[in-house]
Design a protein around this ligand. Structure first.
Ligand code: NAP
Length: 250
């Protein structure tokens, strides 16, 4: 599929992002698999896509740094020369802490990666996809979290606040570019079984919280990817500014 639409998945090397990259490739997207530091994981996703007959490249770049954002989009331009979709998936969490324990550096880092990174990547995508700039339109899906609604008290209210910002950004940007051929939506995952919990110091969090989830189990990365693929697709041509909760009822 050498002329299929092109999708950039930030943080596409592991977890939900990797599931999105693999599912999108199987549906005919050519995929840019971004990663921050784990090149082997990104290359593994690219290899699996190629083995299944798809097209993908790995793209290094930290979305929390302006030079990283510029490098990511320059690499996409070089590899494919077009962009049709963006999944703003790269995101980080921290260890459970009350607000009076959290360092200013942690707050700044969470907002830099989760919020500034998503807004800057969306801006670069709009420059390439918007009819206002000569583009052919496209679709953006942002990763929110059910934490935006529940607030994550005693765990990471700062992380929850970054996802609240993503919700507002999703609604605003959707309306801003609605006449330019770009749809903007978000998904709001609940507890999904990925490595993000271990990175926050709680490797068993997804399993431990299962009894608190109405469906009684954590979600899989693939289940979130299915929702994202729907929002990206032509089955959602009248869907914009929406935040789709994928939380097993949580
Ligand atoms: P994950 O398993 O920890 O994977 C994170 C991915 O993001 C990795 O590919 C990582 O790349 C990349 N990444 C991290 N920081 C980055 C940066 N500064 N620049 C570029 N890439 C970066 O995470 P996940 O659980 O799949 O979560 C994905 C998204 O879903 C996040 O936005 C998260 O907040 C959201 N979410 C997750 C859950 C959940 O329960 N898992 C629930 C709600 C929302 P490397 O491989 O190079 O490290």
């Amino acid at each position: 599929m050498s002329d299929g639409p092109v999708l950039l998945v930030t943080g596409g090397s592991r977890g939900i992002g990797a599931a999105v990259a693999l599912a999108a490739a199987s549906e005919g997207w050519r995929v840019a698999v971004n990663y921050a530091s784990n090149r082997d994981a990104a290359e593994d996703v690219v290899r699996r896509i190629a083995e299944a007959g798809g097209t993908a490249v790995s793209v290094e770049g930290n979305v929390g740094r302006e030079e990283g954002v510029r490098a990511i989009f320059a690499a996409v331009d070089t590899a494919f020369g077009r962009l049709d979709g963006l999944v703003n998936n790269a995101g980080i969490i921290g260890p459970p802490q009350r607000v009076d324990e959290v360092s200013p550096e942690r707050i700044e880092q969470l907002f830099r990666v989760n919020v500034t990174g998503s807004i800057r990547c969306a801006a670069e995508a709009v420059l390439r996809m918007s009819a206002r700039h000569g583009g052919r339109g496209g679709s953006i899906v942002n990763l929110s979290s059910i934490a935006a609604v529940l607030g994550a008290p005693g765990q990471y209210v700062d992380y929850a606040a970054t996802k609240g910002a993503i919700d507002s950004f999703t609604v605003g940007l959707a309306r801003e570019v609605a006449t330019e051929g770009i749809r903007v939506n978000a998904v709001r995952p609940g507890i999904i079984d990925t490595e993000i919990h271990a990175s926050g110091g709680l490797p068993d969090r997804a399993r431990d919280l299962a009894p608190t989830i109405p469906i009684q189990r954590p979600g899989t990365a693939g289940e979130v990817a299915d929702a994202i693929l729907y929002l990206l697709s032509d089955k959602a041509t009248y869907v914009t500014g929406t935040i789709l909760t994928v939380s097993g009822g949580r």
